[in-house]
Design a protein around this ligand. Sequence first.
Ligand code: ARG
Length: 571
Amino acid sequence: MITESLETRISAALVRAGAPADSPALVGPATRPEFGDYQANGVMAAAKKLKTNPRALAAQVVEELDLEDMAASVDIAGPGFINIQLKGEWLATQLGNVLADPRLGVPKDAPQKVVLDYSHPNLAKEMHIGHLRSTVIGDAIARVLEFSGHEVVRHNHVGDWGTQFGMLIAHLDELEDPATELADLEVFYQSARQRFDQDEAFADLSREYVVKLQGGDPHVQQMWQQFIDESLAHGQRVYDALGVGLKPENVQGESSYNDDLPRVVEDLRAKGLLVESNGAQCVFLEEFKNKDGQITPVIVQKSDGGYLYATSDLAAVRYRAGVLAADRILYIVDARQSLHLQQVFAVARAAGYAPETTALEHHEFGAILGADNRPFKTRAGGVVKLMDVLDEGVARAFAQVSEKNPDMDEAERRQIARVIGIGSIKYMELSFNRTSDYVFDWDKMLALDGNTAPYMLYSYARIKSMFRRAGLDEGALDGEIAIGERAESALAIKLLQFPEVVAAVAHQCYPHMLCNYLYELADAFMKFYEQCPVLRADEPVRTSRLLLALLTARIVRQGLDLLGIETLERM
Ligand code: ARG
């Protein structure tokens, strides 16, 4: 990887020039093309430590530095930046290796076992637009981790337990034809809720059902199972439509920890972590002290004996770190649950459920907003069902495709529309930094230009069509890549950055980094294509440029695949 090689060599030169050991070279792509391809910014900080003139230190570093094989030029600029322009021959050799590598230059990491907690809808209701974030981001992270050589255990920590199920089952139990009534989970939930709020007798009955459910009453248990199965089947249809890798066997819901809950509470008691407060069992940890010096407790058992969301999460950490022996446990969960997860992590550490060698990471995300910058709702102000969103995306894409290609056969238009519609929704979701809110905008996500799925798909299909038009067989291209033009080296560098981006996403879990990268790659290709004739060039340049195009297509396809987005050979 370019950054890594430069970092190693320049920091070694820094040390040879007198800087303290481990002085980082701080290498990154050049902020402006006129500065070269890469720059190292570490000299200034090192000079400060040494109390010497940074420009003089930079000169010494360059003196000590051997980049003969890699760099065409190494210059000092400003107060002590080192600017590097890479050699065409070196880039060409690297690209030759990537061309021969089915992994496109991406190495495998030392394998870890990673539990990934994502999607996790509440089964009482239908999946809505809010679930898009965790589901799509989590799935992209799963793919990137697997591609990087890790074992990923997908855990769909669905909300399948709690008092609301009493109300739902009580309602279900009174219906003539439960199967039909469950066809629309949202309507079903709303009617149960309405009865619960308006009818005191029904509310009492619901509470009785909760007790029966918790007590293992066979009939109530069976009704609960029926409801859960229905809701999970609905979720599975959404996952299949979305092309997300969650399967029924990945469901590891809250209820799966039920038997463990009394044990967790007993264990916390045995470890001296429990304090009774107003009849409830609580853990007080110093780190959750507020401004007034009061500690916000983590409640693990209510005064009536009931357990809480935090209790099942503690059991889940214990299972994932203890039984599954995970190296990392990743939670792709709404930012609003950040305090909850911090508390769970802290109690789990204090109780020894997760050793220090198991990383507990909350990767949070913001909200999806409507055009009015408020949480996205239907026109009538209701929840936006996720399935409706997917259907609408495909329908809009179908209209677009049909308008552009009225003569195309309908089945093909439908297939293209599915890939574009679903891909656009997913790409839009992934292209923003997950920590911020974003506005759900059909026109933007379906636009053919900008950092969108249609643009990326088009960039890919265009390269493929170039090969088709020229009647070329990709596998039969015989020749080598040579880098001459500036547009070629800019594209070459982008192609070689793919492994760095994959590694960054695997570690930091920000899929938007991969979207940004692909967008920059497509842009570098576009500039190359505008400036450098491909099919009209003479050999051996023609083959070299075709190989650059081929590699671009492969990386775009692999990159989109890591994001969970399908590609089209023609559009
Ligand atoms: N089901 C929860 C909800 O709908 C999210 C679960 C997140 N994961 C977890 N381990 N707490 O809010």
